[in-house]
Design a binder for this molecule. Structure first.
Ligand code: F6P
Length: 525
């Protein structure tokens, strides 16, 4: 837990630093950038706009040592069962060992490569014999957010033979229905992506998609040629009807929110080609190496994690904004919401006792320039202290004159905002007064390609791991999501039976109102 020998002096120091304005730290120490930034090939991490000094940093590193962070990193990479509540390893880093893959991983890459090549070569055909041209990934959480985020981010580098790729996740089926209205069943392939192959959201959408194909394909066997399954559970895939050659497997030691590195990344491989997909794995592996081998004082995931701890547990900030200055990272914040909050949104320590300190802050975000016109007001003049991560790329999307101009505008705005949040601006008119003193870090990556995106994702994964070690919590389970699933299935029975007596008055009242106004079921599908 966090209360080691390093804690009391750090807390005292934080209380003292709290009273100083960030702008004053820069005045006192003009070379803060040199002191509080670190770079590796392709990525610069600037944390000089954090309310930190070398004493705090040394204390945080001591805290990490007292929490045995090095040993935990070793356990992670050695495949020990550190997900103790499920008696499993967290083996996602094994999936990106591009030069030395284990036979089980290599076999699934071959199977993925085979599907990718068949689709790209127009050899994978639907019930009418026409080649597949559109692919719909049906999945939720980790079986959706990673592939969605990456395919959107790397769309510019699509493989020339890539099919159209679509993502469907919402339980109400409106996304799916809208797509089905546009797509041709003859040429559409569905990927049913589910680690458990038991998630009602995914399976109900899969059934709706199956019924749609079946009404045209007529036979069951022809219908099933339109469905690929990706799961850890081969038996459940087979039971649903996924044909043996259309099944891709991964393993229970891959957490859902870490599964884009497994066959769950098939949609990424279809969009990018296997070479692009592997380049993303290689980028993540470069970050793994850095994380494993670099002393804490220069280790970017360790520093990011410790700064988060500093902000959360010492400066008592409870919110984290993610602000990418590139619209290609439109889904990055949603992806991180699951990665961070499902991992470290916990309050039970590894020894089963309740934590007595804050764990993961509320994390949200938006593409920076859009957020400037939405919630930045709160960052500049609200009452909440928020830590922000700015993410920027040195290179724009193209070297054309207009693109360069837009890129420069983007850079100017990113730097202006982190600077404005830091320095603020005094005014006697309080409506025009900016207090500043809002902390932020900036990640500057060379360019947005598969390799750098792989690095960026792995960086946040390891940051989450570092924080879990300091907080002494298990970042790899998610028991908190189970209760809602159980209650939903009970209420589903209540909807069918119309019985509400056993429910609390609020839930019963709403359900009765729904039932009173529901339109009933028509004959159409
Ligand atoms: O309900 C949460 C969760 O279990 C996530 O952890 C997971 O990524 C998501 O649901 C989807 O699960 P599955 O891939 O098993 O369908």
């Amino acid at each position: 837990m966090i209360y080691t020998a390093a804690y009391p002096p750090l807390k005292a120091h934080a209380n003292q630093l709290k009273t100083q304005h960030l702008a004053d730290l820069f005045k006192a120490e003009p070379n803060r950038f040199e002191a509080f930034s670190t770079a590796i090939e392709g990525l610069l991490f600037d944390y000089s706009k954090q309310k930190i000094d070398s004493q705090a940093l040394d204390g945080l590193i001591k805290l990490a040592e007292e929490r045995d962070l090095s040993e935990w990193i070793q356990k992670l990479f050695a495949g020990e069962a550190i997900n103790h509540t499920e008696s499993r390893a967290a083996g996602h880093t094994r999936l990106r060992d591009v030069n030395n893959p284990s036979p089980d991983v290599s076999k699934q890459w071959d199977r993925m490569a085979n599907i990718v090549s068949q689709v790209h070569q127009k050899q994978l055909r639907g019930y009418s014999g026409k080649p597949i041209t559109e692919v719909v990934n049906i999945g939720v959480g980790g079986s959706d957010l990673g592939p969605l985020m990456v395919t959107h981010a790397l769309d510019k580098d699509r493989h020339p033979q890539a099919p159209g790729i679509h993502f469907v996740s919402t339980l109400d089926a409106q996304q799916l229905q809208k797509l089905l209205n546009k797509l041709n069943p003859e040429t559409t392939l569905f990927i049913i992506a589910s680690k458990s192959f038991a998630t009602i959201d995914t399976l109900s959408l899969a059934d709706t998609a199956k019924a749609w194909i079946q009404q045209y394909a007529k036979s069951e066997s022809a219908t099933l040629r339109h469905f690929i399954g990706i799961s850890t559970n081969a038996a459940k895939m087979a039971e649903w009807g996924i044909l043996p050659d259309y099944q891709l497997l991964f393993w229970d030691w891959v957490g859902g929110r870490f599964s884009l590195w497994s066959a769950i990344g098939l949609s990424i491989a279809l969009a990018q080609g296997m070479a692009g997909y592997k380049s993303m794995l290689a980028g993540a592996q470069a970050m793994d190496q850095h994380f494993k081998e670099t002393p804490f004082s220069k280790n970017i995931p360790v520093l990011m994690g410790l700064i988060g701890i500093w902000n959360t547990n010492f400066l008592e900030l409870a919110a984290q904004a993610i602000l990418p200055y590139d619209s290609r990272l439109k889904y990055f914040a949603s992806y991180l919401e699951q990665l961070e909050m499902e991992s470290n949104g916990k309050s039970t320590r590894r020894d089963g006792t309740k934590v007595t300190y804050r764990t993961n802050p509320i994390l949200w975000g938006e593409v920076g320039p859009n957020a400037q016109h939405a919630f930045y007001q709160l960052l500049h003049q609200g009452t909440e202290r928020v830590m922000s991560d700015f993410i920027l790329f040195s290179q724009g999307v193209s070297t054309s004159k207009r693109a360069t101009f837009h890129h420069q505008l983007n850079v100017a705005n990113c730097l202006a905002q982190s600077r404005a949040l830091m320095i603020g601006q005094a005014s006697d008119d309080l409506n025009k007064h900016y207090p500043g003193d809002q902390v932020s870090s900036t990640l500057l990556l060379e360019t947005l390609d598969a390799h750098h995106l792989g690095m960026l994702i792995a960086l946040y994964e390891h940051k989450v791991f570092v924080q879990s070690v300091i907080w002494n919590i298990n970042p790899f389970d998610q028991w908190g999501v189970e209760l809602g699933k159980k209650l939903a299935s009970e209420i589903m029975q209540d909807i069918k039976s119309g019985s509400t007596d056993h429910l609390d008055s609020s839930t019963a009242g709403i359900l009765k109102a729904v039932l009173a106004h529901s339109t009933g079921v028509s004959d159409e599908n």
